[in-house]
Design a protein around this ligand. Structure first.
Ligand code: SAH
Ligand code: SF4
Length: 341
């Protein structure tokens, strides 16, 4: 059986024409699957029974199985989903003021091997399909309470989204289609560890905000904590970001995980300010979140404050991203996809 959640509107047009049906059927099916979140083909009541039966011979609608939902005192919810091959992934709903952000995983595990990241230290299983990517959004909708609605989507969960380029691009299409989830392009953000050729391609083809995890100001340190730097060193990455096409009023988000004694000195802050010159950006400082088995530590609040001050004095918009849901292991870098029961 093929899963209808794996089909873009364009894919459906091809399916429909193959079946000898009129093109508007593709839009009907697409809307049922993503906008109305149908769980079976039988729910598609504006499609003739005969055609539904025909579809059911080859197609079904299959979701991820939510095994566990954890709720933190700050309103953050983390959910663990099991996929058809029993891979497990995690997604997080983060409540902050009037924003409710869904943090989506793009891969089961991650092959990038960053040393400060629990996902990276747990290895790589595989890329997620369009159905598994959008399944996380549909599962999240089911967790909403009262008048809650998701305002932002970030591809910042498990995995490197640009290493799952094709499915992620389709997913952004479904997220932002007015026949799909209907999010505005500027409410969707993709975060990458810095795959330079894919950033370039995304700049041409992608339509969502870009965030880049920089995390160090010298190749020596970045090589140590982010193996990707040996392939795409800082200067190459910065050159690509300087060329990156931005629409008016848009900027790149630069993420910087602050690790005590490693990348958090005044010199680092000054080097960071220099590196970012002539890149329209906002800086997110993320104090390191620890996890079992990690050898790094988070800087003191004073150190974070001082680092923040130097970047701010250099004229940048900079915030310290406070970790949400740390006690349920839902903060940045703490996702592993493990079932704790
Ligand atoms: N793979 C992508 C997106 C997922 S990681 C990327 O690396 O950008 C999302 C963010 O979490 C990245 O900015 C990463 O640097 C950060 N992160 C990873 N481990 C962390 C940890 N232990 N503490 C704080 N932030 C962490
Ligand atoms: Fe992968 Fe991002 Fe974690 Fe690095 S920080 S291992 S790229 S998920």
């Amino acid at each position: 059986m093929k899963n209808l959640r794996d089909f873009t509107h364009e894919d459906l047009l091809a399916v429909i024409s193959e079946l000898g049906e009129r093109p508007y059927r593709a839009e009907q099916i697409f809307r049922w699957v993503f906008q109305r979140r149908a769980t079976s083909i039988d729910q598609m009541t504006d499609i003739s029974k005969a055609f539904r039966e025909r579809l059911k011979e080859e197609y079904a609608i299959t979701g991820n199985t939510v095994l566990e939902v954890k709720r933190s005192v700050d309103g953050t919810r983390k959910f663990l989903s099991e996929l058809a091959d029993s891979s497990r992934i995690e997604s997080v709903l983060i409540a902050e003021g009037d924003r409710l952000t869904l943090c989506v995983s793009s891969q089961a595990g991650c092959a990038m091997g960053c040393k400060f990241c629990m996902t990276g230290m747990s290895g790589f299983t595989r890329n997620l399909t369009l159905a598994e990517l959008s399944g996380q959004v549909i599962s999240a909708f089911e967790l909403l309470e009262g008048t809650e609605h998701i305002t932002n989507i970030v591809l910042m969960g498990m995995g490197e989204p640009l290493a799952n380029y094709d499915n992620v691009l389709k997913f952004i299409g479904v997220l932002t289609s007015n026949m799909g989830f209907n999010f505005s392009h500027n409410k969707v953000t993709l975060s990458t560890a810095g795959l330079v050729p894919a950033i370039k391609r995304f700049g041409q083809e992608g339509n969502a905000n870009l965030a880049v995890s920089l995390n160090a100001t010298t190749d020596e340190v970045r090589d140590k904590i982010m193996p990707v730097n040996r392939k795409y060193p800082i200067e190459e990455l910065m050159a690509e970001l300087r060329r990156y096409p931005l629409k008016s009023r848009k900027y790149i988000t630069i993420e910087y995980v602050l690790i005590a004694g490693l990348n958090d000195t005044d010199d680092d802050a000054r080097r960071l300010s220099r590196l970012l010159r002539s890149i329209p950006c906002k800086v997110n400082l993320i104090p390191f979140n620890s996890f079992p088995g990690s050898s790094f530590a988070s800087p003191s609040p004073e150190r974070v404050e001082r680092f923040h001050y130097i970047i701010k004095q250099a004229g940048y918009t900079v915030i310290v991203r406070l970790s949400k849901g740390a006690e349920i292991q839902a903060a940045c870098g703490q996702l592993r996809g493990a079932y704790e029961g």
